[in-house]
Design a protein around this ligand. Structure first.
Ligand SMILES: [Zn+2]
Length: 238
């Protein structure tokens, strides 16, 4: 019974997406100066590799002070009927790592899941499953960053209310990185990278929905580190 209800829910979600796809297409063809936003067609034309390339080029524009100028409100209007983001990015909540800015993306381009320490939990996985399986995003990115306060807190084994349980999710990365302390920047960054790898492993192991799409090659999964001192995103090797 619960299974049936869930299936019906998914069908209505899919219907909502395809209905708005039609609305989006007609808005694009009618408006002569319609701004470039992701549509169902542009999203469908992308592969995991080309989606990754878009993010790499966007960060290069950011670092080179060559960001695109955008009519933001026109993009608001153009995306009101639906969204077709090409990637879903799990990033830390850190105020120095705003994902749309550092990847030079506009409205409707990427899904952002932001939580301290870019940790994975069931709700994060559910959000990624929605982004890929229901909305059609081609790439899942786990983005850590240098000088991460959550990583430092995990290294120090800090305890504070609900934060204690969150930091515990980073502990496997601390253990995997050997001894060190939170005052050592290189060590903190080493743990941040291990934490990204840990999150990617959890995505593969705890989401059969995403695993199936990865195996089929319809979705990609990459890890990256954002340097808060240079603005550069470095993608990690597979
Ligand atoms: Zn952080």
């Amino acid at each position: 019974m619960r299974q049936t209800t869930f299936a019906i829910g998914l069908v209505s979600l899919a219907f909502a997406v395809s209905a708005s796809a039609l609305a989006q297409t007609s808005a694009d063809t009618e408006g002569k100066k319609a701004p470039r936003v992701q549509t169902s067609e542009s999203q469908a034309a992308l592969t995991p590799a080309s989606a990754l390339e878009k993010l790499k080029k966007g960060n290069a524009r950011f670092v080179e002070k060559n960001m695109r100028s955008r009519d933001w409100l026109a993009k608001v209007s153009a995306t009101a009927g639906g969204q077709y983001p090409f990637a879903v990015i799990l990033a830390c909540m850190d105020s120095r790592a705003p994902i749309e800015i550092i990847f030079d993306q506009g409205i409707g381009d990427v899904f952002g899941i932001r939580i301290a320490g870019n940790i994975v939990n069931d709700d994060v996985l559910g959000s990624m499953e929605y982004a890929t399986k229901v909305v059609g995003s081609k790439l899942v990115v786990v983005l850590g960053h240098t000088s991460c306060g959550a990583v430092k807190g995990a290294i120090d084994d800090a305890k504070l209310g609900n934060l204690t349980a969150l930091l515990a999710k980073i502990q496997p990365a601390v253990s995997a990185s050997g001894p060190g302390n939170a005052k050592d920047d290189a060590y903190v960054n080493k743990v941040a990278q291990a934490n990204v790898s840990q999150a990617m492993k959890e995505v593969r192991e705890k989401s059969p929905t995403i695993k199936a799409q990865l195996d089929a090659g319809t979705v990609g999964l990459v890890g990256a580190i954002y340097d808060v001192s240079t603005g550069k995103v470095t993608f990690l090797p597979d």
